[in-house]
Design a binder for this molecule. Structure first.
Ligand code: NAP
Ligand code: GLV
Length: 309
């Protein structure tokens, strides 16, 4: 069996080494702009170029090295007519839960303010926030969102979730569809996005929707930057309606040096690391899915091109 390994950033060396452990006996091949792709069975890739996609029509499936499919689905009609399979959790849900728990507790326990006080040598206990007023609202109740919701429930916060289709999740107040979005936002103190980037979710968090959150709300975006209207978020933070944000993802990455977010102390910035792909976990999952394809069995996490995730 031959597998194409490709990353837009060129960093495939470590993947090739780990394929040898996860898929013994499988040959890996590389590809660069201008190459003609030799025959191969599967492709494992991230951020492909149109020239590569045009040559993938004969592989049995394309596996993504991440959970989000937006970077490949944007090619629309230029996509090869083969299944595209994303990572389903593969060690990311736990990382997401750690990140969201840290950002929520930092705000809830006022560590951000104590960090500032410490810079000024100030010893001044602040009032304690009421846990029951700290509803965590998770947008996206998929592989990652459900785990984050359960983790935040474990801390005793009221938790609500919003998804495209209606759900029943123990301990989570569930909302679904655009009709229920405003109600969901109105009662959310800490808003977490774990939505895929699709036509429906692009620019979803605009000025009006962010202003629907109660005064003092906090945003944690660990999904995709293009879901948030960045100037609107900044304006609402500066106006004091939104208390702050922890952002892992941005419309343009790396976040450009002159971007005003860098100068806003109420915005915590991380470089798209909230849930990194763990190669060994990812390749174990891909190996299992290849075995399922070869055996003609159902395969999880095939991307629905019509839905965009
Ligand atoms: P998933 O399992 O596909 O779950 C997606 C969830 O979003 C589902 O609950 C889905 O609703 C909901 N949804 C989709 N479109 C919606 C809409 N228009 N309105 C309301 N809800 C909608 O995805 P996942 O594995 O949890 O990953 C979520 C996203 O996290 C990825 O797409 C990626 O962008 C991001 N991510 C970021 C990082 C990072 O490091 N920053 C790492 C990994 C993933 P239904 O349940 O009704 O279908
Ligand atoms: C990372 O952002 C991913 O989608 O896996």
């Amino acid at each position: 069996m031959r597998i194409l390994l490709y990353r837009g950033d060129g960093q495939v060396g470590a993947w090739a080494e780990d394929v040898a452990h996860a898929l013994p006996g499988v040959a890996t091949i590389g590809w660069q702009e201008g190459d003609t792709l030799p025959a191969c069975d599967y492709a494992v890739l991230w951020n492909p170029s149109p020239a590569l996609l045009a040559q993938l029509g004969t592989v049995k499936a394309v596996f993504l090295m991440g959970a989000g499919a937006d970077a490949i689905l944007k090619f629309g009609d230029a996509l090869p007519p083969v299944p595209i399979v994303r990572l389903g959790d593969a060690g990311m849900a736990r990382q997401m839960a750690e990140y969201v728990a840290y950002a929520t507790l930092r705000y809830f326990r006022r560590f951000d303010e104590y960090e500032e006080q410490r810079r000024h040598g100030l010893w001044a206990p602040l009032p304690v926030y009421a846990r029951e007023e700290f509803t965590v609202g998770v947008m996206g109740l998929g592989k990652l969102g459900l785990h984050v919701a359960a983790t935040m429930r474990g801390f005793g916060f009221p938790v609500r979730g919003w998804s495209r289709t209606p759900k029943e999740v123990a301990g989570v107040d569930c909302f679904a569809g655009m009709d229920q979005l405003d109600d969901f936002l109105r009662g959310t103190r800490v808003l977490v996005s774990l939505l895929p980037l699709t036509a429906e979710t692009s620019n979803l968090l605009d000025r009006r929707r962010l202003a629907t959150l109660p005064r003092g709300a906090y945003l944690i975006n660990v999904a995709r930057g293009a879901q948030v209207a960045e100037p609107d978020l900044l304006a609402l933070i500066r106006a004091g309606h939104i208390a702050g944000a922890t952002l892992d993802v941005f419309r343009n990455e790396p976040l450009p040096a002159p971007h005003p977010f860098w100068d806003e102390p109420r915005i915590t910035i991380t470089p798209h690391i909230s849930a990194v792909t763990l190669r060994a976990d990812a390749l174990r999952q891909i190996a299992d899915k290849i075995a399922a394809f070869e055996a003609g069995q159902p395969v999880d996490d095939i991307v629905d091109r019509n839905l965009g995730y």
